[in-house]
Ligand binder design. Structure first.
Ligand code: CTP
Length: 401
């Protein structure tokens, strides 16, 4: 969830500031980039050198920066705009109250006011300060302003008292932020099944019939669904290795009948099935037990039709399940795609026309036209397959999910 995110960590002057060194490390371990902004008081609890070393960026604590005899301006607006999210931990009663009032008498507060991205605060204070009605109304004001309040812990406090007010542990802060981000994603709580790649139909123990599908489009569709918060199961035919996050369940199959078995195994519990696989339409009647020798001048096979996996899913799908097909066509694309939409009982079909230069198998780009059951059409222009996958999901979310 935090990989690639730019996090601005605000640190206030409270004893819990000593935990921010660990928090910076954990953010970086999660793949985030971190910049630290400190209040002047926080420097008594944790040094800027520690936080700048761990974050690989200067730790900012003043509007003016005096370095090697030159004065430079630490621009709070630039810092605020840089961030994908701002986290203030520990957030003291004083800083929280100033945030609620819009006071900006230090760099951290000015940066908070300049930051348009989501802001999280991890309050940290003594028991009575935390339970004071003023603090409650401050937190209510901030909540009303869209600030995410990370719950405090209860327990032993630095003052010697015991009760509510301890800052959440760094791991808890990260879990809270990740959960909040996940909850806000459009495919959160959706289970998506994707099929991708070619199938291989065996002729003998060594040879098979297959096609040119590389699986790239299907893998991108699976990856984007995962990034949009879905639980993703990818049933894939044999393709060259493509990296995917470990959170995606990858089920590897060979033949069309193996793919069918796995798709039907997972489909009943899913919200949506996207069938991008280039499934073989025919398979040999018989697979030779031993390698076929080249003794004869010619060789012919009798092939039988494979099951149409998508059509068979279309026959069992429930009202609340969404079914999306792909149609790879070399001519009469629109007519053919629209006919498959109806015949296979789909909610939408993506026409992948080989007549469009740069679209189809073995290219890094693609162009799709989506036809929906309700006659809506969406054209996704020629772009790299990752961009096409993002726009594909945008159209599906807007229309049927
Ligand atoms: N499909 C499938 N099982 C098959 C054949 C196709 O599930 N045995 C799915 C594909 O994954 C795709 C859709 O059906 O989502 C359309 O596939 P396509 O190859 O374009 O069309 P076919 O139905 O095979 O018809 P034709 O080859 O005659 O165009």
């Amino acid at each position: 969830m935090l990989s690639g995110k730019r996090i601005l960590l605000g640190v206030c002057g409270g004893i819990a500031a000593y935990k921010t060194a660990n928090l910076v490390r954990l953010f970086i371990k999660s793949g985030a980039e971190v910049k630290v902004v400190m209040t002047p008081a926080s420097k008594d609890f944790v040094t800027p050198l520690t936080l700048s070393t761990l974050s690989n960026h200067p730790a900012y604590f003043d509007f003016i920066n005096e370095e090697k005899g030159t004065l430079t301006w630490n621009n709070h607006v630039e810092l605020g705009k840089w961030a994908d999210l701002m986290v203030i931990a520990p957030a003291t009663a004083s800083t929280l109250s100033k945030m609620a009032q819009g006071t900006c008498d230090n760099l951290l507060l000015a940066t908070y006011l300049s930051c348009p991205s989501p802001t999280y605060v991890a309050p940290a204070m003594d028991l009575d300060m935390y339970s004071h009605p003023t603090t409650s109304s401050t937190l209510d004001t901030l909540r009303g302003n869209g600030v995410h309040i990370i719950p405090v812990n209860s327990g032993f406090l630095a003052s010697g008292l015991e009760g509510e007010g301890r800052m959440a542990e760094p791991e808890e802060i990260i879990a809270f932020i990740e959960n909040t981000i996940r909850e806000s994603l459009p495919l959160n709580r959706k289970k998506i099944l994707v099929s991708a790649g070619p199938t291989r139909e065996s002729i003998d123990p060594i040879r098979f019939l297959s096609n040119r599908s590389t699986g790239t489009m299907g893998y991108q569709i699976a990856l984007k669904a995962f990034e949009l918060g879905a639980e993703v199961i990818l049933v894939t035919g044999p393709v060259n290795p493509i990296d995917l996050p470990p959170g995606i369940l990858r089920v590897e199959v060979g033949s069309a009948s193996e793919m069918s078995a796995e798709v039907h195994k997972y489909f009943p519990s899913t919200d949506c099935f996207v069938s991008t696989a280039a499934v073989a339409d025919f398979t040999p009647f018989e697979v030779a037990e031993h390698k076929i020798k080249k003794g004869k001048e010619s060789l012919s096979f009798e092939l039988k039709k494979t099951e149409d996996i998508l059509a068979s899913v279309g026959r069992v799908k429930l009202e609340n399940q969404v079914l999306i097909g792909f149609a790879l066509e070399s001519d009469k694309g629109v007519e053919s795609a629209k006919s498959k939409l109806v015949k296979k009982n789909l909610d939408a079909i993506a026409l992948n026309s080989l007549e469009v230069k740069g679209a189809g198998f073995g290219t890094s780009t693609n162009q799709l036209t989506l036809f929906f059951k309700n006659s809506k059409e969406v054209v996704i222009p020629l772009a790299d397959k990752s961009t096409v996958a993002s726009q594909f999901w945008q159209a599906i979310i807007d229309s049927v999910l």
